[in-house]
Design a protein around this ligand. Structure first.
Ligand code: SF4
Length: 85
């Protein structure tokens, strides 16, 4: 089993129930975000096109400095979203 090495390269996904995720309103699926609660959320916003996303545009998940040691879904979203320039 080489799962440990794989886990190092690919950090575990952040859970929506994680306290930091809950505080930021993170959803693994941007389309599930409550627009009533987060009026600035738009359908075309997701981690994959957020300035803070550390993965490549083609990656399904990647790091985010707001969730140290975890990965966020490229399709996810949180209230700290900042459009990539
Ligand atoms: Fe996703 Fe950006 Fe929020 Fe990080 S800051 S979780 S990349 S939307």
């Amino acid at each position: 089993m080489f799962a440990a090495a794989a886990a190092m390269a690919d950090a575990p996904m952040v859970a929506e129930s994680d306290p930091q995720a809950a505080a930021l309103g993170y959803k693994a699926d941007s389309s599930k975000v409550d627009n009533g609660k987060f009026p600035k959320h738009a359908a075309d916003q997701h981690c994959g096109n957020c300035a803070l996303f550390q993965g490549k545009a083609s990656d399904a998940s990647g790091g985010c400095p707001l969730f140290a040691g975890k990965s966020v879904s490229a399709k996810g979203w949180c209230s700290a979203y900042n459009k990539k320039a």
